[in-house]
Design a protein around this ligand. Structure first.
Ligand SMILES: *[C@@H]1O[C@H](CO)[C@@H](O)[C@H](O)[C@H]1NC(C)=O
Ligand SMILES: *[C@@H]1O[C@H](CO)[C@@H](O)[C@H](O)[C@H]1NC(C)=O
Ligand SMILES: *[C@@H]1O[C@H](CO)[C@@H](O)[C@H](O)[C@H]1NC(C)=O
Length: 606
């Protein structure tokens, strides 16, 4: 306090009007500002920002959202210390959701709404990605002096259209990147960790050997029966070898996409799941430790709980829900490691934390023995890939100590694009004014300063199509959902309803239903979308009319000319044109950082 008043008094003494009242003012000011001055450096600088993104985790998977058998103590704590958003909406698939989150804008505004079936990047060589003239949350904060890191799954493209416009994390505002440029795939991992029978190298080689030997045996038999001559035997063998050669090339080609990168270098190929969770959060902790003197943005994007599921030895059989539950509990532990490191560094009180999932659980995923592998959406219908509630309503938690009251619950509609404007507000960083933002600052809702409706309408896109619209009339007591197109859900294993025709739901076409008049649900009373309202009811007619007007107004704001990021040409695999490590012909390498964890087996999370 003394230092502070001296500085303030000193500067005032230099002015001409040294009156008693000025001195009094100085004293009052000094007193008023004293508490702030005493709190030290960490408190007077803008808050750090930590964004956690989970993959395919549904509303039914998290303790604080109602799951009583999966243990997520770290997430539950976070919700207790901050706010839980119970109507937080995403897009139905990874790539568009993540694009919306980091830009604050719906993907359809910049060519990331797909017109066809391919709605995410599957191949590392794919062209396309978040256009470089979008301002990401990382670019926004980096310009304001933040250190920025992206750890884990990116999935927003890594290609360049020219030297100055690339989509990789380092080009989109992140100083540091360590993680998966594309996504977790069943084809990745070592033999002991891949879960997809097709991807096990030994099985692939065995299948090839059997088929070549089988072809040889059949040809020899035909020769013995004198049905064919030696020339045909040779032809038989040649065809078998060629078929297997193509199979091997295909298999190699899909594993090309299994890589781990550090900045723009590939450090591991194929990606190994061993200690992957620890490698990711340890890099995150290292980043926070080395930037503790400066405000930072950390985006921690988990590989869990997307298939292929994998587990650290210490988490095998940890849960009562098989590999899926183990996977979630391992992720919860990892969240805890990052949060406890924040606490250790004394930064907890000055850090904005947000956690969400990119879309709902993938209900079509089962193991061969019928065990669920793809997440659980609780009472919500549908899942990943579609615009039923199960596909787009995701768990979300926000914490900012001293600002957001502990135990807050926000039940109004909110969505992923709200993150960027909210971060702007919290950090005091101004957003560009030359574009339309779909996100709104959530601070008034989070601090209960105002329960004013943030989103009267919310457009639920599936690719470039508006398949549903959410409408909350003034007053906010009721939220309606109007469906124009829905995925047709059919029963799969154990009576689970999903898009078992196509495995991941489509946005249009034969596996969907068009509704005219649209299907309308009252989500406030019927969150499971069980019984549509009567379309002749005057209230429903009015709802449909209002929504149609809103859709027309909204459409006018979407640019017609866009370069589409998911066209066939963009997403076509180009195995010859990709970053690689190691040398011809196998191009493999192992992350040196992995050895660090292999040596230290004692670390126990239990
Ligand atoms: C908890 O999650 C598991 C795994 O997804 C699921 O099988 C179970 O039904 C969930 N429990 C509740 C109460 O939602
Ligand atoms: C980015 O560039 C495209 C193509 O030139 C343009 O249509 C679009 O408006 C730009 N976006 C922003 C946010 O400036
Ligand atoms: C997990 O449980 C299964 C079945 O009870 C058992 O066969 C397996 O050895 C256990 N694995 C570990 C790592 O404890």
């Amino acid at each position: 306090m003394r230092d502070f008043s001296k500085v303030l008094g000193g500067s005032l003494q230099g002015t001409r009007s040294r009156t008693t009242s000025a001195k009094l003012l100085v004293l009052i000011l000094a007193w008023a500002f004293a508490p702030a001055a005493r709190c030290g450096d960490a408190e007077s600088r803008p808050p750090n920002v930590v964004l956690f993104i989970m993959d395919d985790v549904g509303m039914g998977d998290i303790g604080c959202f109602g799951n009583d058998t999966i243990k997520t103590p770290n997430l539950d704590n976070l919700a207790q210390e901050g706010a839980k958003l119970t109507q937080h909406m995403a897009l139905p698939l990874c790539t568009p959701s993540r694009a919306a989150l980091i830009t604050g804008r719906l993907p359809v505004r910049y060519g990331m709404g797909a017109e066809g079936r391919m709605r995410v990047f599957i191949y590392i060589s794919a062209r396309g990605g978040v256009p470089s003239n979008e301002t990401t949350v990382a670019e926004l904060l980096k310009d304001a002096g933040y250190a920025t890191a992206m750890i884990g799954k990116w999935h927003l493209g890594i290609s360049c259209t020219d030297e100055n416009s690339c989509s990789d994390p380092n080009s989109q505002g992140f100083d540091y990147f360590y993680g998966l440029p594309v996504t977790n795939l069943r084809d990745c991992g070592t033999e002991s960790t891949v879960s997809y029978a097709w991807a096990k190298p030994r099985r692939v080689y065995a299948k090839m050997a059997y088929s070549v030997l089988g072809a040889l045996a059949a040809a020899m038999l035909l020769k013995w029966m004198e049905l064919i001559g030696y020339r045909s035997v040779v032809l038989f063998l040649f065809v078998a070898l060629a078929a297997n050669g193509s199979l091997l090339m295909y298999w190699k080609a899909i594993r090309i996409n299994c890589v781990l990168m550090e900045n723009r270098e590939i450090v591991e190929q194929p990606l190994q799941y061993d200690h992957l969770t620890e490698r990711l959060h340890s890099r995150a902790v290292q980043f926070m430790e080395s930037h503790q003197q400066q405000p930072f943005l950390l985006v921690m994007s988990f590989v869990q709980a997307h298939t292929a599921l994998y587990n650290n030895d210490l988490f095998r059989n940890h849960s009562v829900h098989g590999s899926y539950g183990d996977n979630l509990e391992e992720m919860d532990w990892s969240v805890g490691e990052v949060l406890s490191s924040l606490k250790k560094l004394g930064l907890e009180r000055n850090t904005f934390v947000y956690l969400t999932s990119d879309n709902g659980g993938h209900v079509e995923e089962f193991t061969d023995d019928g065990e669920r592998e793809g997440g659980w959406n609780g009472i919500y219908k549908g899942g990943k890939g579609n615009t039923w509630e199960g596909g787009i309503r995701v768990p979300a938690i926000v914490k900012l100590p001293g600002v957001i009251p502990p135990g807050t619950v926000v039940s109004q509609p909110t969505h992923l694009p709200d993150v960027l404007p909210t971060v702007g507000r919290v950090t005091g960083v101004k957003l560009p004014t030359d574009r339309i933002y779909d996100g709104r600052d959530l601070m008034p809702l989070l601090t209960k300063d105002s329960s004013e409706m943030t989103h009267e309408f919310m457009f639920h896109y599936c690719g470039v199509f508006i398949n549903a619209v959410r409408y909350t009339p003034e007053g906010g007591d009721t939220t309606y959902k109007v469906h124009y197109t829905t995925s047709r859900l059919i029963p799969g294993p154990h009576g689970v309803l999903g898009c078992f025709q196509t495995y991941t739901c489509d946005c249009t076409g034969w596996s969907t239903d068009q509704h005219d008049p649209p299907l309308v649900y009252d989500l406030t009373r019927d969150p499971s979308e069980a019984s549509p309202l009567d379309s002749k009811d005057p209230i429903v007619v009015e709802v449909i009319g209002k929504v149609e007007e809103a859709v027309s107004r909204h459409r006018l704001t979407i640019p017609e000319q866009q370069s589409h990021q998911f066209s066939v040409l963009q997403t076509f695999p180009r195995p010859w044109d990709r970053p690689r490590c190691g040398s011809f012909p196998f191009y493999t390498c192992t992350d040196p950082y992995l050895n660090h964890f292999k040596a230290d087996k004692k670390k126990t999370p239990r």
